[in-house]
Design a protein around this ligand. Structure first.
Ligand code: BGP
Length: 460
């Protein structure tokens, strides 16, 4: 069967400064540096956000490789701590020159940039002021966003406010996998709320500047499936859906907070502090389109045991996760491979959000020990990854056939990268990166992706 995609489809990838640039150069310190300083043993192989693949110095070679893999676009992030060390004030001249050189290189290679302002990392000085729990930090973010728009907005026409904003409250305030490693549901809700306001204010700033581009955000609104249609399972899935899907999606796309989520927060004493003008700000600043990240679904069932009233309140106080029996798995993470969910996610956008314009902003397969698949010419034959792309893309195609507005597919991530506390364990790239030699080389999937992009589709 032939899978042809709409004209001008974006075939690309996503990356982040935190995971590629390396911090041995001149940038300021961030929350991730601090986390590593305090708990190095929590990082796989004791490897923190140090030199990494050093995109900072190797960007020309890396961008040439992206072109070889056929990418016509890339979501790329600015490091706030590099552009404005300390988080506030004037942009650093060297950093501005650096990002301009990088943009030049992307332009030369015909790769369109979707520029992201925030991918998990915050200048440590701002975290010390309370991070996104503080409205002053919200204002600092808006200033930073404005600075970026003013500096690069004539050249960049697609701006992203946040990558997966929910990860900041989840990682930093609920599940202890990001700094400041707090576990407190109420504080997590405050952080999430303040990030929504930061986002909406940044959108307003962008529009004021009249730069003629578009602004979006990237959400990981992974579909949530109940174990059964039993009322209790359905209720459990509903709560998970309110927390993980509707929390950011509704304000960003509809301009209003989800009423059922508000009720849930009120009932559980979790309402955040708000300011009178917030509602209006959210209402007036709906994004132009949305990026969707998808890796695996969340499968949810009713809680089987009564929750101890003294236990810490977490989202999982209201539901349990369960594993699909016999699930197909991503080798390294135990993540379920379930391609139909990408279709379900796109159909949610079509059916419940008035076919809001969207694209797939991350989807990929992380694999451990890929060197095992190296052929005699030294190339990694990652047929499993090609298969993964095909299966997911066939569902993206189906959604488009059924009217979805999806206009692109960005895989995660073109070049193997450092993966927070997982170091280089899960490799996602179309291009292999060797930690030992620093070499990069195309995998089989890189050649396949190039064909995919050239042909605007694939045969299967
Ligand atoms: C997404 C993030 C990416 C990336 C990816 C894979 O949620 O936006 O930054 O890390 O997940 O996850 P991991 O690297 O932990 O395997």
């Amino acid at each position: 069967m032939k899978y042809l995609f709409p004209e001008n489809f974006y075939w690309g990838g996503a990356s982040s400064a935190l995971q590629t640039e390396g911090s041995d150069t001149s940038r300021g310190k961030t929350t991730m540096d601090k986390f590593f300083e305090e708990a190095p043993t929590r990082f796989y192989n004791g490897m923190g956000p140090g030199k990494l693949s050093n995109f900072y110095e190797n960007y020309a070679e890396d961008i040439a490789l992206l072109k070889k893999a056929g990418l016509n676009s890339l979501r790329f992030s600015i490091s706030w701590a590099r552009l404005i060390p300390g988080g506030r004030g004037e942009a650093d001249r060297e950093a501005v020159e650096y990002y301009n050189r990088v943009i030049d290189e992307f332009e030369k290679n015909g790769i369109e940039l979707f520029m992201n302002l925030h991918h998990f990392d915050l200048p440590i000085e701002l975290q010390n002021e309370g991070g996104f729990e503080s409205r002053d930090v919200v204002e600092a973010y808006v200033e930073y966003a404005r600075t970026c728009f003013q500096l690069f907005g004539k050249r960049i026409k697609k701006w992203c406010t946040f990558n997966e904003p929910i990860v900041t409250p989840e990682g930093g305030y609920l599940y202890d996998f990001h700094y400041p490693n707090v576990v407190d549901f109420k504080r997590a809700v405050q952080v999430a709320y303040n990030m929504i306001i930061a986002h909406s204010k940044a959108v307003a700033e962008y529009r004021k500047l009249n730069l003629g581009g578009e602004i979006f955000t990237v959400l990981n609104i992974t579909p949530i499936y109940p174990r059964s249609s039993n009322e209790k399972d359905m209720k459990a899935a509903k709560i998970a859906d309110l927390i993980f899907v509707r929390s950011f999606l509704d304000p960003f796309v509809k301009g209003e907070f989800n009423e059922e989520l508000k009720e849930f927060l009120k009932d559980n004493g979790l309402m955040p502090e708000t300011q009178p003008q917030d509602k209006e700000i959210v209402k007036n600043n709906i994004i132009d389109f949305l990026g969707l990240n998808y890796y695996q679904p969340r499968r949810v069932k009713a809680k089987e045991h009564i929750v101890n009233p003294d236990s810490v309140l977490l989202p999982e106080s209201f539901f349990d996760y369960y594993d699909m029996q016999g699930k197909k798995m991503n080798t390294s993470r135990g993540w379920e491979i379930y391609p139909k969910a990408i279709y379900d996610m796109l159909m949610t956008m079509k059916n419940e959000y008035n076919n809001f314009r969207c694209f797939i902003a991350e989807n990929g397969m992380g694999v451990q020990d890929e060197h095992k698949f190296r052929n005699k010419n030294g190339v990694i034959e990652d047929d499993y990854r090609i298969q993964f792309f095909k299966e997911h893309l066939s569902y993206v195609h189906k959604a488009i056939q059924e009217g979805s507005s999806c206009f692109g597919y960005h895989m995660w991530t073109p070049i193997d990268n450092w993966s927070m506390i997982n170091e280089y364990k899960n490799r996602y790239g179309l291009i292999e990166f060797s930690i030992e030699s620093g070499n990069r080389q195309l995998k089989k999937s890189g050649l396949w992706f190039n064909e995919l992009s050239k042909n605007n589709g694939f045969d299967d």
